[in-house]
Design a protein around this ligand. Structure first.
Ligand SMILES: [Zn+2]
Length: 317
């Protein structure tokens, strides 16, 4: 009888006190950490269904985050993309939106311009199956975000890299540890994996906003490349241009390009579409089609980041 009583106390210590100690130590705090059960019940319904201010046609409207993210997936990805790629996009879009909304770009809102924030397509006018799948991708990754050093990352993404992504520093001049160049194979099915664009000589000068030497053999000079193969700089008509500058002036799809002179035109062949920093959407689709899940896709394109599974709880303890 006495032995049973001791065994009961021992079990109680093991079952209650030890998990409490592990929880308290794991939380890195001197105050007792709540048990998982307590954490669960402190999260209100309201916190689990947050809203976001969306700037649309010059008006700001408050929208459930779930609905907004569903519209972003519909606007950003082709409907036939693999489901795990859609889930990766949901996490990235949520991280990106929450970071923008906490800044001053649009006074706490996000806009629907893909060139500024993120594209958005109203689920009410989209194909039913595509809407269901986009919403499922959002719900299956509910409250998941990417962080680095405890803060939301700058979750940049783009359409297609042309085979390899770019370092943030090569495009924006700032070194960002989690935005480094990585291989991105399998993107050949992208609509703009490679493109060719021709400029008449007059159009080329007009785009560069200057007159070039009369001797056209002097137009195209030395090219320097980044480690990931995009044009870092190029001399044209004796003047050095950054690759990013040429992309903008000539309206190129990416900074991975080759330029050559033909009899009556300057021809530019590009690979990839977008700034090529962060997650490649077509690369994510290719990874998903060869068996990667959304977490593997995210850790490939964003290095050493943390996939937080309940951001709202962390920010609303
Ligand atoms: Zn914007």
């Amino acid at each position: 009888m006495e032995g049973n009583w001791k065994a009961y106390i021992f079990a109680l210590v093991l079952g209650v006190a030890v998990p409490w100690m592990v929880c308290a130590l794991g939380g890195g705090s001197l105050t007792p950490a709540p048990t998982c059960e307590q954490i669960h019940i402190t999260v209100s319904e309201e916190k689990q269904t947050p809203t976001i201010a969306v700037l649309m046609q010059e008006k700001t409207q408050q929208m459930p985050l779930t609905e907004y993210l569903t519209g972003v997936i519909l606007g950003e990805l082709p409907a036939d993309f693999a489901f795990e790629a859609k889930k990766a996009q949901a996490v990235v879009a949520r991280t990106y939106a929450l970071r923008i909304a906490s800044g001053d770009r649009h006074a706490g809102a996000v806009c629907t311009d893909s060139g500024c924030c993120q594209s958005y397509r109203d689920p009410a006018v989209a194909d039913d199956k595509a809407v269901q799948e986009a919403r499922k991708a959002v719900l299956e990754t509910e409250a998941m975000v990417l962080t680095y050093g405890g803060k939301l990352i700058d979750a940049t993404y783009f359409s297609c890299s042309g085979g390899v992504t770019e370092d943030a520093v090569a495009v924006w001049g700032t070194e960002i540890p989690y935005l480094q160049s990585v291989a991105s194979p399998g993107e050949e099915h992208a609509a703009h994996y490679s493109d060719t664009v021709s400029f008449t000589f007059a159009a080329f000068e007009s785009a560069l906003q200057r007159d070039l030497p009369e001797d056209r053999s002097q137009w195209l000079g030395t090219v320097n490349y980044t480690d990931s193969g995009s044009v870092a700089s190029m001399i044209i008509g004796g003047v050095s241009y950054k690759g990013t500058q040429l992309r903008k002036l000539l309206g190129l799809r990416s900074t991975v390009f080759e330029m050559c002179m033909e009899e009556d035109a300057v021809v530019v062949r590009t690979k990839g579409f977008g700034h090529r920093v962060g997650m490649s959407q077509y690369g994510a689709d290719a990874m998903a089609r060869t068996g990667s899940d959304f977490a593997q896709i995210l850790s490939h394109y964003y290095q050493d980041v943390q996939l937080e599974t309940d951001w709202y709880e962390l920010t609303n303890p």
